[in-house]
Write a protein that binds this ligand. Sequence first.
Ligand SMILES: Nc1nc2c(ncn2[C@@H]2O[C@H](COP(=O)(O)OP(=O)(O)O)[C@@H](O)[C@H]2O)c(=O)[nH]1
Ligand SMILES: [Mg+2]
Length: 441
Amino acid sequence: MSELESTIVAIATPAGRGGIGIIRLSGKHALNIAQEVAHRDFQARTPHLCAWYDETGAVIDTGLTLFFPKPASYTGEDVVELQGHGSPVLLHDLLRRCIALGAVPAEAGEFTRRAVMHGCMDLSQAEAVVACIDAATVRAGKQAQKQLAGEFGNKIETLMSALTGIVAHVEACLDFPEEEIPTLFLNQLSEQLQAELIQPMQGLLATSIFGERLFSGATVAIVGAPNVGKSSLLNRLIGKNRAIVNETAGTTRDTLEVDFEVSGIPIRLVDTAGLRESNHAIEQEGIKRAKEAAAVADVVIWVMDATRDETWQYSEHYDIALANKTDLLSAPCECGVERVIPISAQTGEGIEALMQALAASLGDIGAEGEDIWVTCERHRLAIQQAMLHIENALPKLQHEAQLDLAALDLRQAWSSLGEIIGVGDVEYILDRVFSEFCIGK
Ligand SMILES: Nc1nc2c(ncn2[C@@H]2O[C@H](COP(=O)(O)OP(=O)(O)O)[C@@H](O)[C@H]2O)c(=O)[nH]1
Ligand SMILES: [Mg+2]
């Protein structure tokens, strides 16, 4: 039986107990199997409340059966959903029954893979399914929805069809070598490549730092001398007394990580031990960890105490400098550090400005950039690869003798873009992408 001859089945709801548990069938025999399990027939797209039976005729569970005939289904095949109780025991019994009737257990992502194979969605939309499920913030979820709707795939298709047009022109020149090819025409093609491919691709790539962080998250470390208010700042930012705050220098000895969000990016916010010379072994270890945390963080916030100039000395690599405790000052702090943001962890003054600086440091493109972004490494690498091929083609377009090589480069650029939406020879890419899916999706 070829792959698509098989009817696949899986529990589509998460492991564990819950209100509702869903078994999903997809393939030629989905309806037959459901009919045999339920001892009855089903109308398309109509919920039927019914019982499902084992081979002895005993009821396994009761619930809703939904039949979506092909091609208007998730996979493009006949799909049946058995929506029962969210009991792992009953769901596994029902799953076992479907398998006994000829269904095969679905592999990770196989439902969505079939949807791609049947043209119900492109590969970037399939990846957006995972992005929707994994989105850790509302903004990430909104972006994932746009990608799911095909907006990213459409952009890539537009680039590919522009490229197809240009390749056709280059190849037309090759087919008629005896004709004089006007330089003007070749220059036009180069300009077209610049305007229709390179520029929009650069635009897309510029969104990738923020777009990828929206899903992969980022780390922000708070560092500075002891007692400047690092732990107080962390507590202020998350709105909870999570870190211990004390007037004793050296209170925070280990790094402390909490979840936070900036501009829709899931953030791991790290509070660290104050940096100073210390003879104490535990504090030394804390300082070592603080330095390590700063080294791997995407953004380092350096906190100083506006009232104590000895805390202004320390300077390592940092992205944002803060002068804390401004509530104790009668005049603005003049610590001599450029672009320092005055704040008070105690009163909340300056926190808004800090949030804006954080958003900027994390690469937020702002509301006007609320378009469609490159949100994963795979897509970015494919666009960068396509860009390289196009850049290779450009000089060759200036020489008649190299036009065939230019056409080859442009075809490779086309293939690189095709990898994003799953066009061309992409079986190995499908394997890689779908291996990251969960079973039942
Ligand atoms: N007046 C004032 N005191 C602060 C402020 N931030 C922190 N403190 C005090 O400074 C001391 C050290 O704070 P802490 O957060 O533990 O500093 P850390 O060692 O850098 O983590 C504590 O007594 C805090 O109450 C602030 O903005 N204003
Ligand atoms: Mg502390």
